[in-house]
Structure formats: C-alpha cells, structure tokens
Ligand binder design. Sequence first.
Ligand SMILES: Nc1ncnc2c1ncn2[C@@H]1O[C@H](COP(=O)(O)OP(=O)(O)OP(=O)(O)O)[C@@H](O)[C@H]1O
Ligand SMILES: O=C(O)c1ccc[n+]([C@@H]2O[C@H](COP(=O)([O-])O)[C@@H](O)[C@H]2O)c1
Length: 196
Amino acid sequence: MTKIALFGTSADPPTAAHKAIMLWLSNRYDSVAVWASNNPFKSHQTSLEHRHKMLGLLIGEIDTPSQNISLHEELSSSRSLETVEKAKEIWGNEVEFILVIGSDLVSQMPRWYRIRELLQEVELLVVPRLGYEINEGDLEVLKQLGAKVAIADLNAPAVSSTAYRENGDRDALTPPVAEYIYQAQLYACQKAAPSK
Ligand SMILES: Nc1ncnc2c1ncn2[C@@H]1O[C@H](COP(=O)(O)OP(=O)(O)OP(=O)(O)O)[C@@H](O)[C@H]1O
Ligand SMILES: O=C(O)c1ccc[n+]([C@@H]2O[C@H](COP(=O)([O-])O)[C@@H](O)[C@H]2O)c1
C-alpha cells in the first residue's frame, strides 16, 4: 500500500532539523506531505503565509531523486485530526498515513484534539530529539490510546526555531531561509545580513 508521511510544522521559522527530517522521510516513504500550521499550545511570531513561503524554500533545497516532498498548504490545521481528514479527501482511504512528530511532542500528544480518533487514522513515527528522551511510560500512554508507534533511526540536528527566535542561533537556519527572513524583515531582533 502507498505510504504517505505527514509532517506538519509550526515553521516559525523552519530549520535545518526540519530539512533533515524531510530528507530522511523522502528516502523511506512514497510521498512526504508537508505544511505549516498553528499549534494551539504555542503562540507564533510570523504569519502562516510567510511560514509557508519559508517552508517552500526549504523543500526546494532538498535534492532527492524521487522528488517526492511537497508542500500542501491545504492540510494546515491546528488540529491534526482535521489535517488527516483533508489528507483522506486528497489521497483516499487506500493509503497508509504516517504522522511524524519529534520526541518533544510525545508527552503532550494525549492532550491533542480527539486523540483516540486521530490514532485510529495514522501510524505514528517519532523522531528522536536531543534533550527529549523517549520515555517508555509516555509511549505506553499513547499505545493505550490506540497508537501504533515506530521510532525513526535519525539524528536530526539539535536546533530549534525557538533558539533562532530567542538567541539568533544562525545554525538553525539554512541560507535561503535566512535570506528570506532578512529580505522580509521578519523576527525583528535578527536583522543582520545572513552570512553567505
Ligand atoms: N531538532 C529536532 N529533532 C527532532 N524533531 C524535531 C526537531 N525540530 C523539530 N522537530 C519536530 O518537527 C515538528 C515541527 O517542529 P516545530 O516547527 O515545532 O519546531 P521547533 O524547533 O520545535 O519549534 P519551536 O522551537 O518554535 O517550538 C515537531 O514534531 C517537532 O517535534
Ligand atoms: O491536533 C492537535 O490537537 C495538535 C496539537 C498540537 C500540535 N498539533 C500539530 O502537531 C504538528 C507539530 O506541531 P509543532 O508546533 O511542534 O510544529 C503541527 O502540525 C500541529 O498542528 C496538533
């Protein structure tokens, strides 16, 4: 059966870690669908329109033979269950959806919108994240809610959007995204020209 990886991100801004995750997924799944969305547990600094543009640039940097990563703005929702309903409208029911999350979200996920229904619709793939060890107890809670969980064997760079927003961590960004931020004058505290 066709396997479609679903990877949603706040993308505020999208980072080198998101790029590494997308590349890894593209080598393992038939298609990788990516979108930017709001997260009901966070506030965001930049419009969804800018975040989608930056995500598009990041995807454009990834050179995969299969060219199977695509931006799907229409999947954007703060509720992943609604995203999956939209994905079913696009790809139908005869595909497998793999919902991709970093390990920082494992303990929070039981509080997501209609989580039992969501976990019926997807398989979960957890990407390990430095500083967020995957806790067996947290995984067990998800399994009790119906999750089918796999862990990705991927070491994504230990960067975060927060580290860029709050401390200007340039390692978090790729050059095209840094250039976009500079040109659009986003993230007011980070207005220095990007390093080439
Ligand atoms: N360095 C990373 N390693 C593993 N997973 C990551 C990493 N960065 C982001 N992710 C995962 O990618 C998805 C989107 O991440 P998100 O856009 O929230 O990035 P973030 O850096 O955590 O942002 P913020 O710092 O604003 O919370 C989430 O599932 C998150 O857990
Ligand atoms: O469905 C929910 O209740 C829910 C709660 C929090 C986060 N999500 C989704 O999880 C994805 C990753 O969120 P984030 O903020 O870590 O990038 C993104 O697509 C969010 O919309 C979904």
